[in-house]
Design a protein around this ligand. Structure first.
Ligand SMILES: *Cc1c(COP(=O)(O)O)cnc(C)c1O
Length: 283
């Protein structure tokens, strides 16, 4: 269960809106928020199929790589992280990768051409030849098991609400939350990457999981601030002001952009007066 706190912010109150922050970053001591939910049923499936090793993919700063390393260490799986960028091999590890290595993850650095093949079964076979048998989890952890894990989140919201807001990278978290919503509620995902692939990916993840699309949801593509891990002076100023007002300092990559986009949407009048919004702090 993740705690919910109501924020008193006149930019919402003056429009008749209410806003809660769901502290899903605190759902597990070592595995923040959505990464814990996304891994949960992957670990169950890996164990049921008799696997002892998890293999997954990510960039050098991936939260999912860190979370997989931590989850493997906690639950008795060996872990292999296939990391984008062969130029990183032999260099000192950044804090994310150092954390993963400390948790026992074997790091394999591959060039970009190899990394692009990460979803091909022929490439997974090549990796099995080299590293032995493993349970593969896709980049970002988004697959049907992850969607089912995230679909459990809405049942933990213990305040009256109408809309759930969440940051979107690969869209697995939005796909799950939307699928788990009661029919009178909706979800909005704020894309942190540039591009218009996300709505298609979310729909596809729901189809792979349930055989159909589910729930009322949409993707807001207006708050990416130039792309993944990019920032703007406006975003930085918004978050500094947010921290001053509310004592919460969200990360700039995911939660910060979601809040920035959410406040902009409220300002544009996208939510009817009376709308009660739960913003999920995923990390
Ligand atoms: C990974 C991550 C996300 C994105 O989740 P997706 O399921 O890939 O959309 C959002 N917030 C935080 C804090 C994350 O680490």
């Amino acid at each position: 269960m993740s705690a919910l706190h109501e924020l008193n912010d006149e930019r919402f109150a003056s429009r008749g809106l209410r806003l809660w922050i769901m502290r899903d970053d605190l759902v597990h001591p070592e595995l923040p928020g959505n990464k814990f939910r996304k891994l949960k049923y992957n670990l169950v499936e890996a164990r049921e199929c008799g696997h002892r090793t998890l293999l997954t993919f990510g960039g050098a700063y991936s939260n999912h790589i860190r979370a997989t390393a931590a989850a493997g260490a906690l639950h008795g799986f060996a872990t292999i992280g296939v990391i984008r960028g062969d130029e990183l091999a032999g260099k000192p590890l950044n804090p994310s990768l150092a954390y993963a290595a400390e948790r026992g993850m074997r790091l394999v650095f591959v060039d970009r051409a190899a990394y692009r093949r990460r979803a091909e079964s022929a490439y997974l076979d090549e990796l099995r030849q080299e590293y032995g048998d493993f349970f593969a989890i896709p980049e970002g952890g988004s697959n049907p098991a992850a969607v089912r894990g995230c679909a459990e989140l809405p049942s933990e919201i213990d305040v009256p609400y109408d809309v759930v807001a969440v940051a979107c990278g690969t869209g697995g978290t939005l796909a799950g939350i939307a699928a788990g919503l009661p029919s009178d509620k909706a979800a909005v995902g704020f894309a942190v990457l540039k591009g218009d692939f996300l709505a298609r990916d979310v729909a596809e993840l729901q189809r792979q999981t349930y055989g159909e699309t589910r729930g009322s949801w949409r993707v807001d593509g207006s708050a990416h601030c130039g792309g993944y891990a990019r920032t703007t002076p406006e975003l930085t100023a918004f978050l500094a002001d947010f921290a001053r007002r509310h004592g919460i300092a969200p990360d700039e990559i995911y939660v910060g952009k979601m809040l920035y986009g959410l406040f902009a949407a409220a300002h544009r009048g996208e939510f009817a007066p009376g709308t009660r919004i739960v913003a999920v702090k995923t990390g």
